[in-house]
Write a protein that binds this ligand. Structure first.
Ligand SMILES: [Zn+2]
Length: 91
């Protein structure tokens, strides 16, 4: 396996984006993945991104939604897109 250092990853959730379909709007070069960005490549509101990532964790790891949301919140708020200004997250 090649190192993935040069693989762009989502600025919001860190998801590695390898195929056009992984990018927001199917746009290679978008800053965000298809989960976190809208069709124009813009970042979705935090609550939508949080929910989408939580649902992903539920599917992938079998967590219950409450635990998945906690994990997703911790993950997202450590990312550049949300670190500086994360509305509605408290701290
Ligand atoms: Zn993302």
């Amino acid at each position: 396996m090649a190192l993935s250092e040069h693989c762009p990853s989502c600025g919001s959730c860190g998801f590695p984006m390898r195929e056009p379909a992984d990018f927001a709007g199917g746009l290679p070069g978008a800053t965000f993945c298809s989960t976190c960005g809208d069709d124009a490549g813009r970042l979705r509101p935090f609550e939508e991104v949080l929910q989408a990532n939580a649902e992903y964790l539920v599917r992938q790891q079998g967590l219950d939604l409450g635990a998945a949301r906690q994990m997703a919140r911790a993950l997202l708020t450590a990312m550049p897109a949300w670190k500086a200004d994360s509305p509605g997250t408290g701290r």
